[in-house]
Write a new protein. Sequence first.
Length: 283
Amino acid sequence: MPVPDATLANPRADRVRQVRALSGRSARSRHGQFLVEGPQGVREAVRHAPAAVRDVYLTPAAAERYAEIVGDARAAGLYLHVGTPEVLEAMSPDAQGVLAVVRGEAPTLADALAARDPERAGRPLLVAVLAAVRDPGNAGTVIRAADAAGADLVVLAGESVDVHNPKVVRSTAGSLFHLPVVAGIPLDAALAELRAAGCLVLAADGAGALDLDDLLDDAGSGTAPDLAGPTAWVFGNEAWGLPEEHRALADAVVRVPIRGRAESLNLATAATVCLYASSRAQR
């Protein structure tokens, strides 16, 4: 596939400044758009959410190296722009020569539940709920882990980080475009809606009265709480976990067993363990 010459050569052009501004929350909110940086994220956006992609930018070298992105973008009728390395660097120092501008419309929880992936409809619901999770790397990693575990959706509740923060988007490694991510909903409202959809609500906390291993051993036996059924896991803030008022919203509080000398697990690691336990039980 022939690669066109660079047509964007001025790193101080208005277009470049407008794209770079999307690294800030105010510009994202004002324009309803966000950045996807790097080949992996852009590839998944173009393949799985082409209707949301507004523009794709590549350097000539990146267009040649990632010919599949160019081919998929052209097949989807997307606006494809080739710029010099200086232009792409000015747009984003994390672009690695590949960048996309994507429309940032997030689904409501009701819409996300109604539009459940038909391939997953034969299995119980599995949902990850982040409560006041502020660290963008952790939030993105949980979205990626939820995708890998086969979860149906992720909810960023309360005062959680902006899902379109560039570091969140990068940390998802493209998983942001594989499953719905709901944001801007209070935790109590989210859990009430998920419970109405049939989910057991489990809070993950080191002080939990129930042991995750015990629940996994008993999954499918009819005892409660049962990991084999529809489940919404709630994960708390990196620094202070889940406060008592948030734990009280759950049907049960579950701890991940620690057999070594570590004081605790990183949020994203604990979330991955819990989601995979449910995924295993639901098979």
